[in-house]
Design a protein around this ligand. Structure first.
Ligand SMILES: [Zn+2]
Ligand SMILES: [Zn+2]
Ligand SMILES: [Zn+2]
Length: 134
């Protein structure tokens, strides 16, 4: 599905910046930090970018994968809705390249988490990412 089709599917108006943000995140292997996004999309103003990230998060198209030292990292969502994000994966912050990746967790771990009375689960891991470990 293209970014344009995705926006339409979520009943969101198609704008240049929404397409640009979705394209950047879809093409990236890992999550992108706010400053990297800002640099890549510097033809849009900062307020618009910030609001776009909020809108896309609210509607379940992207999620905040990691947050540190005031810097947020964003990644594409798959299978989330505007009502709730359903992230059954963990976020790996690479200790070598500093990248952030979404990593699938086992069915067993998903089942264990489903039995706990949590409203939201965020699992962070630190270590070399797949490309740095190779
Ligand atoms: Zn999500
Ligand atoms: Zn790495
Ligand atoms: Zn993620």
């Amino acid at each position: 599905m293209t970014s344009e089709e995705t926006l339409k599917e979520f009943n969101l108006r198609v704008t240049k910046i929404r397409l640009a943000v979705l394209d950047s995140l879809s093409q990236s292997v890992g999550a992108l930090s706010y400053s990297v996004l800002q640099e890549a999309l510097d033809k849009f103003d900062r307020t618009t970018l910030y609001r776009t990230l909020l809108t896309l998060s609210d509607h379940g198209l992207i999620h905040k994968a990691y947050e540190a030292k005031g810097e947020s990292y964003y990644a594409r969502c798959f299978g989330c809705t505007g009502i709730d994000h359903n992230h059954e994966h963990l976020h790996l912050k690479c200790s070598k390249c500093g990248g952030v990746e979404c990593v699938e967790i086992s069915e067993q771990l998903k089942e264990n988490l489903a039995q706990l009375p949590f409203e939201e689960v965020n699992i962070y891991a630190k270590g070399p990412c797949a490309s740095c470990a190779a």
